[in-house]
Design a protein around this ligand. Structure first.
Ligand code: SF4
Ligand code: SF4
Length: 181
């Protein structure tokens, strides 16, 4: 994306570069309302894996939250308005008082890659039309990678997985490109 600002948290695999960094799994104070939303599939999968729902919290669909999503899905304004009406709320990852994601431990994310929210697996890689590119964010994986291929490799991503994860996110909210037309 020319690179819209990032959704807050998400991250990559627990081992490797993300375990050394953990930047995107920790929020600055007061940023809870800008955490990327969880889909119904994320909620059901993680609830089932944990056997409880203490890992998640709700935030209102604020103007600031919608503006963040609009940068990430610039071709889906109507879909965003349908999925996240002002005044309603959405589920997000819960964070501790110091801003750490509920799942963040000493070794990085405590969830398996398959359990993680789709946006956590994808970040900081995003898709704009047919382009796969890094978000313009501070990220150790981006800083250390020589190129896009190296970045994807360090995050255990490949083109097929990026497309699948992105389609999962779009499908969860009805944000497929062209649907707004
Ligand atoms: S390297 Fe990037 S994706 Fe991994 S934890 Fe740090 S900011 Fe997040
Ligand atoms: S679920 Fe895991 S990857 Fe996602 S923000 Fe929390 S610790 Fe980071």
């Amino acid at each position: 994306m020319p690179a819209p600002q990032p959704p807050t948290p998400p991250a990559g695999p627990p081992a490797g570069v993300c375990a050394r960094c953990r930047r995107c799994c920790t929020l600055a104070p007061g940023q809870e309302g800008l955490v990327f939303p969880l889909s119904q599939a994320d909620l059901e999968r993680i609830d089932q894996a944990l056997g409880h729902a203490r890992w998640r919290a709700q935030s209102p669909n604020s103007q600031e939250f919608l503006a963040m999503l609009a940068k990430l899905f610039p071709k889906s304004p109507a879909g965003l308005a349908r999925a996240f009406p002002l005044g309603a709320s959405h589920w997000r990852l819960a964070v501790a008082g110091d801003g750490r994601c509920f799942f963040l431990g000493q070794g990085g994310c405590g969830l398996t890659p398959e359990q993680r929210p789709a946006h956590c697996r994808l970040f900081p890689v995003w898709r704009l039309g047919n382009h796969i590119l890094p978000l313009r964010v501070e990220c150790l994986a981006i800083a250390e990678a020589k190129d896009m291929r190296g970045l994807m490799k360090s995050l255990d991503l490949d083109v097929a997985l990026v497309k699948e994860l992105f389609a999962r996110i779009q499908g969860a909210w009805g944000l497929e490109e062209g649907r707004d037309a």
